[in-house]
Design a protein around this ligand. Structure first.
Ligand code: AMP
Ligand code: MG
Length: 291
């Protein structure tokens, strides 16, 4: 639905609105995801560079509006949650999509293995501390969902500890939405073959070694257990107020375009205009002319 004040500027290369096309539906199966697909997009890879550049500009404009409004008291914010196996392209989204915005209004945070201090607290402790301030777009590169993914797969805590977390996460996100944070949850899926190619490429390039972690292979060997954990995550935590979106990521150009549109759509729904001046523009022009 298009809100007043914001044009429906979805490029015609999209045959379907990505947020609707990619939204998780009850019954969707992780095992059935076609990671090569480009749902809703009728263009090709050759259309991507120009379109991505255009949409980065649109995203940046909306992001600036969100930030500008917070300066005059609007407390709303956006939280982008990126989940995916290694090499799914989370870092690429941060660099090529969110990176098109103004760092002034972006709060990036990646979540790795918890520190001793973090482990001593409730798992949402470090998450709450990283939530976006008013007017900001928070980006979670991994998130509280690790506490029902790697934690479940590796039995880092017993089932009676991780099982209640789905409901707890739903309640937590409900609270965030009630406080004015729009949550954009993106589950990024690559195929096992594509992951192997991407890991191999990292091992060929000294400038990519920093992204490689020998433990990635251990996680890869647990792919079926991860598929099960991702399925449970989608089934249990895709809510009307914070739905998951399933993004096929074998084609990086597609996943970047799609996630850009998810962010643009979310920002447009905030139905923002530029904050009006809290001064007399004509009077200020006169003052400036003679200053
Ligand atoms: P990367 O994102 O490549 O830097 O890797 C971070 C690693 O930290 C991944 O293997 C995550 O699964 C792991 N990690 C993130 N959160 C948690 C958590 N709560 N408990 C255990 N491991 C985690
Ligand atoms: Mg990694």
């Amino acid at each position: 639905m298009i809100e007043a004040g914001e044009p429906n500027d979805l490029p015609s290369l999209w045959s379907h609105e990505p947020h609707a096309e990619l939204m998780f539906q009850p019954g969707d199966k992780v095992a059935d995801i076609d990671t090569e697909a480009t749902p809703g997009f009728r263009g090709t890879k050759s259309d991507a560079p120009t379109l991505q550049a255009e949409r980065n500009v649109r995203f940046a404009e909306l992001q600036e509006k969100l930030y500008a409004n917070s300066r005059s008291g609007d407390t709303r914010s956006v939280l982008l949650v990126l989940q995916g196996m290694d090499t799914a392209g989370k870092g690429g989204i941060v660099k090529h999509v969110v990176g098109g915005g103004n760092p002034q209004g972006i709060q990036y945070r990646s979540f790795g293995k918890p520190t001793a201090e973090e482990l001593a607290h409730h798992y949402l402790w470090r998450i709450r501390k990283a939530l976006p301030a008013a007017g900001h777009i928070g980006v979670f590169d991994r998130s509280h969902y690790e506490d029902v993914l790697i934690v479940r797969v590796h039995n880092l805590v017993p089932p009676d500890v991780w099982q209640p977390r789905y409901d707890e996460i739903n309640a937590f996100e409900r609270e965030l939405v009630n406080q004015g944070t729009s949550i954009v949850k993106v589950a990024m899926f690559v195929s096992l073959d594509e992951q192997k190619r991407r890991l191999a490429a990292r091992l060929e390039r000294p400038d990519k070694y920093w992204k490689y972690n020998p433990a990635d292979i251990d996680e890869r060997l647990k792919w079926p257990a991860y598929q099960e954990a991702y399925q449970a995550m989608l089934d249990r935590t895709s809510t009307a107020y914070a739905p998951w979106h399933i993004v096929p990521c074998n084609r990086k150009w597609y996943s970047r375009l799609a996630i850009t549109e998810l962010l643009i759509e979310t920002l447009k729904r905030l139905n923002m205009s530029w904050p009006p001046p809290d001064f007399d523009v004509a009077a200020e022009k006169k003052r400036l002319a003679s200053a």
